[in-house]
Design a protein around this ligand. Sequence first.
Ligand code: SF4
Length: 273
Amino acid sequence: MKSEFFYKYPKTLLNKGTGFLADYTHSLNPYTGCSFACSYCYVRQMPVSTFRKKEWGTWIDIKKEAANLLRKELKRAKSKGKVTIFMSSSTDPYQPIEHKEKVTRSLLEVMVEEPPDFLFIQTRSPLVGRDIDLLLSLEERVRVSMTIETDREDIRKHFTPHAPPIQARLQTLQLLADAGVPTQTTIAPLLPSSEEFPKKLIKLVDRICIDDYFMGDGSGGRRTRNLGIESLYQELNVGEWYDPTAYQLVYDRFKRVFPGDQVLLSQKGFAPY
Ligand code: SF4
């Protein structure tokens, strides 16, 4: 998606982990806004988006001086106790502008110098593979969670036309796994997928998180209803997948291929590991 870019000097970077992220001490967003512009993105309904009055995905704030700020905040937070960070809750840290701006990479460099107890990186972008050198320096203190909502490229294109192709995400998982970076796949929000989906992941990851709008949009599915996402299902005649019980089919498919304790639901699948 074509986006406008703005440089901003934030006052703070680390935010307290609350609600869905209560298992973390902090959340960290290198950018505000996200050019992947997923149709179902729950951030569209949050104040950060609604106050802006421009379509989600068309604007991105790039956080300047982020590394210096994080260095100070991380030192202070670590002096008070354990620090576990979720990056990111309301943007993708590896969206396309990261190629040029390298804000996320600069934050990782700080975390290599001053390691948190744990860092969880949530992305759907192959660009995370660029930072394998830094991820390896964090050893077991990091986990990369690659979002793959479906194994069907036609479905991916319908719901998230501006997001990276599924195949590129699978290849990146392979790259990370080969290098020895701890990984998982997050199927969230769960979209219609094939029976073959678990077999495509079994050699790549040892942890699967499954989540849907009803468990995971922070409002019992209300935010997603307000976005009118159900119509996207109807356009493809897959309305039965927009249902609070639809996750069960995918959950059972994965449990037949993965050990039971490696398939987790909703918040548990995002928890520090
Ligand atoms: S990648 Fe994440 S933050 Fe970005 S639009 Fe999609 S769901 Fe929202």
